[in-house]
Design a protein around this ligand. Structure first.
Ligand code: ATP
Ligand code: MG
Length: 722
């Protein structure tokens, strides 16, 4: 059989790794040097040349998406579907093992996986059943305690006996929680790994079964494995399996979640592998690569690597300084439009950001331009639970008869309105032919509720009525901020969720207030007499309902820097390059975290193949306040000769091309040029600061002296030039 195609397009070092004959292999190499490619070729090589059965291979990737891609690439190399080959994440693989051997580990066949929110709720219930003070034992903290010990492989009985009663109680909560899970057939994420580890460690038959089966174990992104995962690898491998591990210490970005980059050096010590370094980068232009290398060089304690390319120099890295986050999004989307006009595909463009809340403005702008997009590893802004919760309140304030909104928020945050009470309200509404809100009001007035539920319902109705009364004359932004504050959603998430999750929800709520504050009512809505609140609700519903581009569709890719790991795109934007945002505020306070942020920056930059832009806004709403920002220190670490300021300050009002390709400028079909002074019937006098589109779609952005900045469609706006 001709196997030469398995080694074509590989350099010497890559070939050495793919064909390594004996022992274990550690491929330690920088971004874009072909680690994942080598791993894929290695699988095909083992199957085709060494006639290893696909059943005998175990390949571990970091995400399910990566697993799918790897499977497809192996299939393509082999020309057939590799049946029986196991490729998956650690969680996916453990889940599979547990499903097959549920009885061996004392789980019912129907065991269910608990996600982290379910887990939180269960822990809280345990704390209540134990009649403990929830102030002293917050469920959120307990969740952290339990998961931390599980990640380290510790059951309650393995935790060092404490002599302090608080710690003893924590262990007791862990034990009771675990007992409850056992009785109910529930398995949390960490448990998937720990249970599998115990099975393979303590059950000789199963251990032998898997050790016999997997002659080869291959692991991608090894630098982000945690302690339990490494223990699992050692147990499955025993002293027979051959390990093929690839990783890059400079791309370790999950330390905050328990990943241990030390696993790389531990592996080198424990298994004495052949270490292969790949030094040629095939992904990025020389400019991008050099810049990324220079940034990461500021980290200490690196294992040290060389990375070079034969690729072309490429264009300089575009740095764009926007006045505001809105302008940043407009810039990015204009560049994407250029890319499309020059024949590029939407899916070749990726917008990366540090925090999820940043996606909203990009989404908004892409929707406005009709460019399909997909938000990876997360939901679109208006579909996120916290946004829907807050919008639920807003909708009720607007319209008491909005039953879905009522159902959504009547007991969020929990105020003691149980399912039975809601069922009674539903029943009353049905027989009286009214909305839920009206039914609840009638029942309150006639004293139809039991005392405790009655108080809670009355309190809820009052929150809505009071918000409405208080905000009659308020702006949309003020209303939104009153809603978020009164509903006290942030505290609710903080109580019941992991800190990272709760913080991200809070950021999103802040971003929602911002969206309301800056909401620009479409002129059509205004002209048809719709209130700003009604337009805002309609717009939010539309943005949420609009279908996320299908998987197969050609879509711009939006994702956090963390979820971009391992991927590559011809055109990449790193947005929000500001101190406090990226590097993240917290990282400047905790030791070690700054280096992790820098690695994240390195990961982001090295996703780019041809063109890379780094953008930041000079003012941004962060932690609830709009403030002036400072450019990220990572920008200072870029060599100047490799960058280009995309739009120099002075050109802003000059009406010249914005440089580097140029934003499409309107033809001379109207006389509202940049810088011209105009007057609007309602908004008064202002200056044109931006012009876009042509014909009936021509839009201008005007900086009004009193009404602030607005985008107006020329054909509606009735502007007068002064
Ligand atoms: P990361 O660290 O970001 O995960 P990686 O080291 O896994 O990167 P790959 O994704 O495997 O790198 O490869 C980067 C790009 O370079 C891919 O497009 C791959 O197809 C290409 N590539 C790798 N090796 C070669 C080669 N020898 N010849 C041509 N192209 C190559
Ligand atoms: Mg890779």
């Amino acid at each position: 059989m001709d196997v030469s195609h398995l080694l074509e397009d590989l350099n010497d070092a890559q070939r050495e790794a793919v064909t390594a004959e004996d022992g274990h292999v550690l491929v330690l190499a920088g971004a874009g040097s072909g680690k994942t490619r080598v791993l894929v070729h290695r699988i095909a090589w083992l199957i085709q040349v060494h006639h290893v059965s696909p059943m005998g291979l175990l390949a571990v990737t970091f995400t399910n998406k990566a697993a799918g891609e790897m499977r497809a690439r192996v299939g393509k190399l082999l020309g057939l579907r590799p049946d029986g080959l196991w490729i998956g994440t650690f969680h996916g693989i453990c889940h599979r093992i547990l499903r097959m051997h549920a009885a061996d580990v004392g789980l019912p066949e129907t065991f269910q996986i608990l996600d982290s929110e379910d887990q939180y709720r269960l822990i809280r219930r345990v704390i209540r059943d134990m009649e403990l003070d929830e102030g002293e034992y917050p469920a959120r903290q307990q969740q952290g305690f339990i998961n931390h010990h599980k990640d380290e492989g510790r059951r309650p009985e393995h935790i060092e006996p404490f002599d302090n009663p608080h710690a003893l109680t924590q262990v007791a909560i862990y034990r009771n929680y675990q007992d409850y899970c056992e009785r109910s057939g529930l398995v949390d994420f960490a448990e998937l790994l720990l249970r599998t580890l115990e099975l393979l460690r303590d059950n000789p038959a199963r251990q032998a079964q898997y050790r016999d089966r997997f002659g080869h174990i291959l692991i991608d992104e090894f630098q982000d494995t945690n302690k339990l995962q490494y223990a699992l690898v050692r147990i499955i491998a025993g002293d027979r399996a051959r390990l093929f591990v690839v990783g890059d210490d400079d791309q370790s970005i999950y330390g905050w979640r328990g990943a241990r980059v030390e696993n790389v050096s531990d592996f080198a010590r424990d298994f004495d592998p052949t270490v292969i370094r790949l030094e040629q980068n095939y992904r990025s232009t020389a400019t991008i690569l050099e810049a990324a290398n220079r940034v990461i060089a500021n980290n200490e304690e690196r294992m040290g690597k060389n990375l070079w390319t034969e690729g072309e120099q490429g264009e300089p890295i575009g740095i764009f300084s926007a006045f505001s986050a809105e302008e940043e999004a407009e810039f990015v989307v204009a560049r994407i439009r250029d890319w499309l006009e020059q024949g590029g595909a939407a899916s070749e463009a990726a917008v990366l950001y540090r925090s999820n809340a940043q996606s909203r403005l990009f989404e908004h702008q892409l929707l406005a331009e009709g460019i399909p997009y997909r938000v990876y590893g997360g939901q679109r802004f208006f579909e996120r639970a916290e946004i829907k919760d807050a919008m639920g309140y807003l909708r009720l304030v607007h319209n008491r008869d909005d039953d879905p909104a009522f159902e959504r928020v009547v007991n969020v945050p929990a105020r003691g309105i149980g399912e039975r009470t809601v069922a009674a309200i539903r029943e009353h509404a049905r027989s009286a032919g009214t909305s839920l809100f009206a039914a609840a009001t009638a029942m309150r007035d006639s004293g139809a509720f039991a005392a405790r539920a009655g108080n809670a319902v009355a309190q809820f109705l009052e929150i809505i009525n009071d918000l409405d009364r208080r905000t009659r004359d308020a702006s949309l932004g003020e209303l939104m901020s009153a809603v978020v504050e009164t509903a006290d959603l942030a505290r609710w998430y903080r109580q019941r969720e992991a800190p990272d999750r709760a913080e991200s929800r809070e950021e999103n709520l802040t971003e929602l207030i911002r969206a309301a504050e800056t909401f620009d009512q479409p002129l059509e809505d205004e002209q048809s007499g719709l209130s700003p609140l009604a337009s805002f609700l309609a717009q939010a519903a539309l943005e949420a309902g609009e279908h996320q581009g299908e998987k197969w569709q050609d879509c711009v890719q939006l994702m956090t820097l963390h979820s971009a790991k391992g991927l590559e795109f011809p055109l990449v934007f790193l947005s929000g390059m500001e101190e406090g945002l990226f590097p993240h505020q917290k990282s400047t306070e905790e030791p070690g975290r700054l280096s992790e942020e820098r690695r994240l920056c390195y990961v982001g930059m090295t996703r780019a193949m041809q063109r890379l832009y780094l953008t930041y806004a000079e003012s941004r709403m962060l932690h609830g306040q709009t403030s002036t920002t400072y450019p990220s220190r990572f920008l200072d670490e870029l060599p100047e000769e490799l960058t280009e300021q995309v739009r120099p300050r002075a050109a802003r009002y000059a009406g010249t091309s914005f440089g580097g390709g140029g934003m499409s400028q309107p033809g001379p079909e109207h006389d509202f040029n940049l810088g011209s002074t105009v007057s609007h019937e309602r908004f008064g006098i202002g200056t044109v600061v931006n012009v876009e589109g042509s014909g009936p779609n021509a839009r201008v952005q005007i900086n009004f002296e009193t009404a602030g900045q607005k985008w107006l469609v020329l054909s509606y706006a009735n502007l007068e030039r002064l």
